[in-house]
Design a protein around this ligand. Structure first.
Ligand SMILES: [Ca+2]
Ligand SMILES: [Ca+2]
Ligand SMILES: [Ca+2]
Length: 295
């Protein structure tokens, strides 16, 4: 559980409302992490490749003890109980089994979700000296095997079926990790699958951190207004002639950001909902205001 909580709460991106991502949507992270080449999580193989859970340089990011404590203090949710937006679970899964965790509240398009699944390799002890369950110098260890657990956030379509939203499916690691954008507002669940590797029950910990729908419009509006105010504040007066272009670019990028969703299901088309429209309206209003100021 501690491993899952520590990994899941790591900092990857400062959640400061830049990058056309509303403040609050990056889960309140405090620092932006880069590797030695200056590359970030979105540039990493861990982000792009479903079979790579962690970056080979910065792993899941910088450890943030305060966030890890918060992650842990939200407490345990039993399998079968609805999930609050932050928390963890600790249970056992059988070979070939699937277990499902249902978020209590809808998750919001454009916000991020962090999921971490951790379990241990089974190590056997061959007793060659001393007590059977005490480790002596000549005792030997054997690798009994590692279960292949996999992690799948899923989305509930309007026809009542669940569709896979993301996946972390390494065949060799004892951790699965996802930090990605939610591509539709709606109901989500997390599936844990036991897909071989070992033929015995395996204990695992699952940690999650997401943004729930209630209050999301407020978070989004505050983030958008904050970003707009910051842009105004940061622009020196002599640079005024560039502002409409910058704002228009931000607006276009927002549109692109919310428009680049997989069109594989009719629900995707309806996924631009109230909060997103509010953001687009705020961005558009800013463009109009800046043009009016210059006119
Ligand atoms: Ca990955
Ligand atoms: Ca012994
Ligand atoms: Ca796996």
């Amino acid at each position: 559980v501690f491993r899952a909580a520590l990994i899941n709460s790591c900092d990857k991106y400062a959640d400061d409302g830049t990058r056309t991502i509303p403040q609050g949507y990056l889960l309140g992270m405090e620092r932006t992490v880069k590797d030695r080449a200056g590359l970030e999580w979105f540039d990493s193989g861990a982000f792009a490749n479903d079979a790579i859970p962690l970056d080979n340089e910065f792993g899941a990011g910088h450890l943030n003890a305060s966030r890890a404590l918060r992650q842990y203090q939200y407490g345990e949710t039993q399998l079968g109980m609805p999930l609050r937006h932050i928390g963890w679970a600790n249970t056992t899964i059988s070979p070939g089994g699937s277990q499902y965790y249902y978020f209590q509240n809808d998750l919001v398009l454009g916000s991020f979700i962090s999921l971490t699944l951790c379990w241990d390799r089974v190590v056997g002890l061959t007793n060659n000296a001393g007590a059977a369950h005490a480790c002596d110098l000549t005792d030997t260890f054997s690798n009994t095997g590692l279960a292949n657990l996999n992690l799948f956030p899923e989305f509930l379509y309007s026809d009542g079926t669940w569709g896979q939203e993301r996946q972390s499916i390494s065949a060799v690691d004892s951790t699965e990790h996802i930090y990605k954008r939610i591509s539709m507002t709606g109901k989500y669940r997390v599936k844990v699958d036991f897909q071989g590797g070992l033929n015995q029950n395996t204990n695992y910990a699952l940690a999650w951190w997401a943004i729930p729908t209630p209050g999301a419009a407020g978070v989004l509006a505050i983030g958008a207004i904050g970003a707009a105010l910051r842009r105004r504040r940061l622009q020196p007066a002599r640079d005024t002639c560039h502002r409409p272009a910058r704002a228009t670019t931000a607006f276009k990028r927002s549109l692109f950001f919310f428009a680049t969703r997989r069109p594989s299901h009719p629900d995707h088309v309806r996924a631009i909902d109230g909060p997103v429209l509010l953001l687009l309206c705020l961005e558009f209003r800013e463009v109009l205001l800046e043009r009016a100021l210059l006119a």
